[in-house]
Ligand binder design. Sequence first.
Ligand SMILES: C[S@@+](CC[C@H](N)C(=O)[O-])C[C@H]1O[C@@H](n2cnc3c(N)ncnc32)[C@H](O)[C@@H]1O
Length: 238
Amino acid sequence: MIIDFVTLFPESVLAGIRHSILARAEADGAVTFRGWNPRDYATDAHRTVDDKPFGGGPGMVMKPDIVWQAVSAAMEPAEEGAQVLVFEPWGERFDQSKAQELSTAAQLVMVCGHYEGLDARIAERAGARVISMGDFVLTGGELPAMMVADAIVRLLPGVLGCAGSLEIDSHSGGLLSAPQYTRPWEFGGLTPPEVLRSGDHAAVERWKRQQSLQLTRKNRPDLFAMAHLESSDLDLLN
Ligand SMILES: C[S@@+](CC[C@H](N)C(=O)[O-])C[C@H]1O[C@@H](n2cnc3c(N)ncnc32)[C@H](O)[C@@H]1O
């Protein structure tokens, strides 16, 4: 997979993404990260990338002609099935199922807005998916793009040393995952639930399921309402 970041700060984004598991994924050839700076395509003396919004209003909007050149450069040539993602707070909410869906693309071009955002014609012309990270406003699309890239790359085959991790992740099966503990057994006067050292695997699995169910019901009633529950789950919840 190729992941292109179209951003005014490609050095920061590439430095931020090239760590640990994601750096190893790139070294192993599972993914290639590239950065494209719209400012490199600005032709005036100030290398201007933004302008006042049509219709008035505060702030500046990123110019479509300049950003488009950076997007086009990233897609020259485009991989088959390349997909452009644009980040805006008004987009569709990103979640694990979207990460799964996007992880099959051969190329993702991630366009990061700044200032008051991107001219809407960039997304329109590119047939882009407009992605929001949630109901809050950041100063730029760089952190969203890095989060989405991280969520996607860890799903690529062979990237996680332990593929089983994906199965127990929160959101992979519609429920949040159970709390986890490691050594030492006693920490600050706190100990994990006794069942975790019982050696009784069935009891451990039951405890994990119960924790998942309770945590999801408490913290994410929206997910809990949609979860597919077994009749045995009802016993665990009582
Ligand atoms: C200050 S924001 C622009 C906000 C825009 N005026 C609005 O109200 O929808 C600048 C850039 O940050 C990024 N951004 C901010 N919040 C975001 C969010 N919740 N999800 C995705 N991107 C976001 C986008 O790339 C956006 O173009």
